[in-house]
Write a protein that binds this ligand. Sequence first.
Ligand code: ZN
Length: 130
Amino acid sequence: MGGERRYWVNAPFDIPDLFDVEDFEDGAERRGLKRIDAELERAGFFIGETDWIYKTWDKEEAIEMANIAREIWSEWGDDQADTVSITAQPICPKCGELGRFSDEYCSACGTKLLPKTYLDIDTGELITIE
Ligand SMILES: [Zn+2]
């Protein structure tokens, strides 16, 4: 703890388009994705609703984990590696309560939350999401 934002490193979880491909279930693609999943899990990611996720309060750690996820996915393809992203969870500037990504106001004290932001993996810059 101690950082001012909590970062979520998001890495793709499988590739939905492939599920339409015949014999995908037993094919080399399926095995390749399983290996990627195993590597992400070993690196410390857990499965969220739609992505592999790694949460941390440490910005440098978030960038390091994003680069690890990029490297793992680049074995498969750069398109997937490029979708790795880091988002900063909305947080209350007054009481420090963490909001959900859909929240605009603090559920504890009603203060407007700090905006959702992306952390640029290459520059370490925080970019506000409009
Ligand atoms: Zn608050």
